[in-house]
Ligand binder design. Sequence first.
Ligand code: HEC
Ligand code: HEC
Ligand code: HEC
Ligand code: HEC
Ligand code: HEC
Length: 217
Amino acid sequence: MLVSVLAIGGLGVMAVMGVVAAFIITGWIGQPVPVLGFEQTFDQPIDFPHTVHASLLPLDRVAADGEKMDGLGLDCTFCHRTVTTQANAGIPPVGFCATCHQVIGAADNVQINLLRDAADIIGDDGTEPVNWKRVHRLPDHVRFVHEPHIRYLTQNPSEVTGTTDGVTQGAAGVCSTCHGNVAAMQQVEQVESLKMGQCVDCHRDNGAPTDCVACHH
Ligand code: HEC
Ligand code: HEC
Ligand code: HEC
Ligand code: HEC
Ligand code: HEC
């Protein structure tokens, strides 16, 4: 009796320790295991399709003339203007979108009308920002800066991973390394774990700093 209780108790402790160890290992090394939930996406206040704007390929979408529509192939940096110079990539304000959507898009396109309303082209609420939900968000104790990464990857194309359906030249050609094929996404989702292990592995392989204060406040 005592022996079997001890045996079961021992197994239980081992099972708990196994689970704890698995969490510590995945947290630390950050193996990209999708079932652990880093693969994430959110519905946005306006259903903004990267496909239509950023892809260069024919879309699963028919234009007014009945022909299949091609993506516009806008460069990522056309909208994410500060990605090559600052920490944040930046999301364009509605006024920027309105330069096209004042006229582009049918008068009854519900999603574009949400944008026209926010930009005060229709409706009478005045301009208001769109509260886009953040898809990629590191904890507050971590420091990330886009600028050095874009510069390094542009200069070292062999370190770029992934592919893009959009522009492949210059800065836009390197984003897939951490964000996947955004130009093919109807709705942006996080496809890389972007855990500490992934950051540190790449830093070690490319002679970038690996001391704690490089990335932690
Ligand atoms: C360079 C011009 C241009 C800019 C800038 C632009 N768009 Fe568009 N957008 C288009 C075109 C062209 C279409 C396709 C219109 C159509 O099929 O009727 C489109 C389609 C859309 C649609 C409709 C998608 C659908 O499924 O019907 C939405 C929503 C949209 N854009 C939002 C935005 C937002 C938000 C911004 C700013 C971040 C933006 N656009 C900036 C040109 C632009
Ligand atoms: C027409 C403007 C436009 C273009 C071109 C564009 N984006 Fe975006 N992007 C946006 C807007 C608006 C959002 C916020 C809404 C959303 O998440 O879909 C966004 C969101 C994102 C996000 C998610 C940000 C977060 O919350 O974590 C990533 C990553 C991204 N874009 C990468 C790219 C890449 C890579 C390209 C080029 C292949 C690109 N974008 C081209 C307008 C644009
Ligand atoms: C080395 C990896 C890496 C590369 C390369 C990279 N990003 Fe990011 N990106 C991140 C991380 C990590 C975050 C989340 C940052 C945070 O929460 O502080 C992020 C956040 C973003 C965001 C949302 C927040 C913001 O900064 O405005 C956008 C938009 C974005 N990236 C666009 C791009 C575009 C466009 C490119 C290519 C020109 C690119 N990224 C290249 C890792 C990367
Ligand atoms: C694709 C490889 C790669 C990935 C992935 C990557 N980095 Fe980097 N990172 C670099 C390189 C290379 C540099 C140095 C660039 C230079 O200045 O030459 C750098 C520089 C930095 C710097 C500036 C350090 C300084 O003080 O000069 C910070 C901060 C940083 N990375 C944080 C991160 C974080 C946080 C992540 C994970 C979310 C990450 N990086 C993912 C390659 C990478
Ligand atoms: C290249 C960037 C980078 C370096 C260098 C780095 N970290 Fe991190 N660290 C991160 C990122 C990104 C996260 C958040 C994502 C995660 O939890 O893995 C993080 C998370 C953590 C966490 C929280 C883990 C959790 O589960 O919440 C601790 C603790 C930590 N780091 C300690 C350290 C220590 C100690 C060092 C120095 C030996 C260090 N880090 C060096 C990028 C880095």
